[in-house]
Design a protein around this ligand. Structure first.
Ligand SMILES: Nc1ncnc2c1ncn2[C@@H]1O[C@H](COP(=O)(O)OP(=O)(O)OP(=O)(O)O)[C@@H](O)[C@H]1O
Length: 634
């Protein structure tokens, strides 16, 4: 009974890439297939434990490798859970590996093939980098019949009934012929296979066995040798996390991380700990050195792998790592957890809570240490994941403030680099009582804001906020070290000297009629019009009253929530009485009250543009400017 099928479109594209691959690390195919065999064995072992099935032991579940130079085949055989006919079809006919969503996006974008293989690890399909025909014999545990899935082209595959004398899977790779550039024979060499297993799969917890031929002294002879075949276990089987830290090289950690978590870059940080006490566990945690493509989307799932006494229990166990550290990848292996535990029960497990608590502390202290001793590294980390920490404070309505506030960094106008809030406060000028900040799209744009100038001039540093979440995060924090946060484009700054204040008051009184006229001309576009000491070289600016700021208004406008879009910050037009333009305004007002209306409208629109808002009627704005230009030349 034969069944011919076509690959799904994406799988076909991926296979085409594999078949024509020029990727230089083709050797990873073996790691991928062994890892699948180990996963399948885990699944059966776990099932046996849960369902109390007798007669299944780890030793019986070895993974066998066999190279046949004559046939040019390499076989990988496991005694795992196996696949039914339907599973062979659905699992091997489509891209199924863990990074699949990101991966499909990359395929759509047409990223070149080397990138794809390197970035995502391609699971089962990597076999097609070295083989031109792949046969997968499989018998599902508990079923009678075995089937073989076979494909030698990206066009399609067949599934036929077959015979296999045990449950599990046997993959037969028919190696490609050698080419000028590629030597595929190497993967049939015993020493090469041994080396690859050592390099990539040493920690696999099932014995990886291979018959090897060794030359041995003939018994009873002095110098006669004969070739003897013996079965050798190629891997040490000790999981990396169970080994002594000081015996593990950076390369081993890096390789383990990349293979296990499908990353193409080494991790930025490795945290490996054995904890003994009330609860005993080993944890191996990694901070990635880049933000995963889907990190800030809903597809990204947080969580650590959970093992109990070396037996895999579950992937992405959410309860082990808090949301604000969701970037951490890794695993926990504890003797104190029940193997039969379900996801639901885990949430209430006391040991798990203790472990989760310790893990959170471990990550915090690693970050604190990095910030203190390796500033550059920390800045790199913060660029990747700092936003997560800010979200942590915001999403918890400030409850995580104490835990996270000293890990935050913001751009300092004075230092022109990221600084912590502690550093800001420690360097506050004499008499300064608040922490100043300004928000905008980029630090360069913020630096050009008219409101920033006078604050800097007083010798006060300003934090420039460029992430959408920033202001919301500060709002939740309210203060740092009892110093409140103050937006320099909002409300009264109270940074004027007594003399400046007096001057301003006098000027306001002297020009009250004109200011009222401007206010009247602008109508309900503004909440208020006033003279200001906030500006130095700029004629006007816009500030908002207390409450919602301009940046918050922009963030809310971009949200899907219709109610949020309605929210608007109050607009206050502030005019610099010491600017030459102010004298011009006065002259215009004296000559012709009506002409002032156009000036008011232009000034308001200018102030809007400076704040990064769009203006209501750009044509009217342009007409008014044109009119002014023509008049100026008369
Ligand atoms: N030896 C095997 N025994 C049983 N099932 C297998 C075996 N090899 C592959 N499979 C099944 O085929 C699916 C697809 O394998 P593939 O290697 O493409 O991706 P994956 O293993 O799910 O992902 P990743 O390797 O990225 O974690 C697996 O999820 C598994 O269900």
């Amino acid at each position: 009974m034969s069944d011919k099928k076509q690959f799904k479109t994406e799988s076909k594209r991926l296979l085409d890439l594999m078949i024509n691959s020029i990727y230089s690390h083709k050797e990873i195919f073996l790691r991928e297939l062994i890892s699948n065999a180990s996963d399948a064995s885990d699944k059966l072992y776990y099932k046996a434990l849960q369902e109390n099935i007798q007669g299944i032991s780890r030793e019986d579940m070895a993974i066998y490798l066999k190279a046949d130079k004559e046939q040019r085949t390499l076989t990988i055989e496991d005694y795992g859970i196996g696949m039914s006919k339907d599973e062979l079809d659905s699992l091997l006919g489509t891209i199924a590996h863990s990074g699949s969503d990101e991966f499909k996006k990359a395929l759509e974008k047409g990223v070149d093939n080397v990138d794809i293989i390197g970035q995502f690890g391609v699971g089962f399909y990597s076999a097609f980098m070295v083989a031109d025909k792949v046969e997968v014999f499989s018998k599902k545990y508990g079923e009678e019949k075995a089937y073989v899935w076979v494909s030698d082209t990206s066009d399609g595959y067949e599934i036929n009934e077959a015979s296999l004398d045990h449950h599990g899977t046997m993959i037969v790779l028919h190696m490609k012929p050698n080419t000028e550039d590629e030597d595929y024979d190497q993967y049939l060499e015993q020493y090469r296979i041994e080396a690859l297993v050592k390099k990539y799969s040493d920690y696999i917890r099932y014995p990886i066995k291979m018959d090897v031929t060794v030359s041995k002294k003939k018994e009873g002879t002095e110098d006669e040798y004969e070739d003897v075949t013996e079965t050798r276990v190629l891997n040490s089987m000790v999981p990396l996390w169970k080994r002594n830290k000081k015996d593990i090289t950076k390369e081993e950690y890096d390789n383990f991380y990349k293979a296990k978590f499908n990353d193409f870059e080494d991790p930025q940080r490795v945290m490996h700990n054995r904890v003994e006490g009330n609860v005993t566990y080993d944890s191996l945690l990694f901070i990635p050195s880049h933000t995963p493509q889907n990190y800030y989307s809903t597809d990204y799932e947080r969580g650590l792998q959970l093992y109990s006494r070396g037996v895999f229990i579950m992937d992405k166990c959410k309860d082990l790592v808090p949301e604000h550290f969701r970037f951490v990848r890794g695993l926990v292996d504890s003797e104190d957890l029940n193997l039969n535990i379900s996801r639901e029960m885990l949430q209430h497990d006391r040991s798990l809570k203790v472990i989760a608590d310790r893990i959170e502390k471990r990550i915090s202290s690693e970050l604190e240490k990095m910030l203190k001793n390796e500033r550059e590294e920390y800045v790199k980390f913060f660029d990747n994941f700092g936003m997560q920490l800010k979200f942590g404070i915001y999403n918890s309505y400030g409850m995580l403030k104490d835990k996270l506030q000293d890990l935050l960094m913001f751009y300092s106008a004075n230092k022109k680099e990221l600084i912590t809030l502690r550093e800001y406060v420690d360097n506050m000028a004499e008499g300064q009582t608040e922490i100043y900040f300004a928000s905008g799209e980029t630090t360069n744009k913020i630096d050009l804001l008219p409101q920033v100038e006078a604050v800097k001039d007083k010798g006060y540093d300003i934090l420039y906020l460029t992430d959408n979440v920033d202001e919301f995060c500060l709002q939740m924090m309210r203060d740092y070290d009892s110093k409140t946060f103050k937006n320099v484009t909002q409300g009264d700054l109270n940074i004027e000297t007594e003399e400046e204040k007096k001057n301003l008051e006098e000027q306001t009184n002297d020009n009250k009629d004109m200011i009222d006229a401007i206010k009247e001309a602008l109508g309900d576009k503004v909440q208020d019009v006033k003279l200001t000491a906030r500006l130095k070289n700029h004629p006007v600016c816009l500030t908002s009253g207390e409450g919602l700021s301009f940046e918050m208004e922009k963030v809310l406008k971009a949200m899907p929530d219709a109610q949020a879009q309605e929210l608007k910050a109050g607009r206050i037009l502030e005019i610099n009485p010491n600017h030459e333009l102010f004298s011009s305004l006065k002259k215009v007002y004296e000559k012709n009250h009506d002409a002032l209306k156009d000036y008011a409208s232009i000034l308001f629109d200018q102030a809007l543009l400076i704040e990064g808002f769009t203006i209501e009627d750009p044509v009217d704005f342009s007409n008014k400017i044109t009119k002014l230009m023509i008049e100026a030349s008369k």
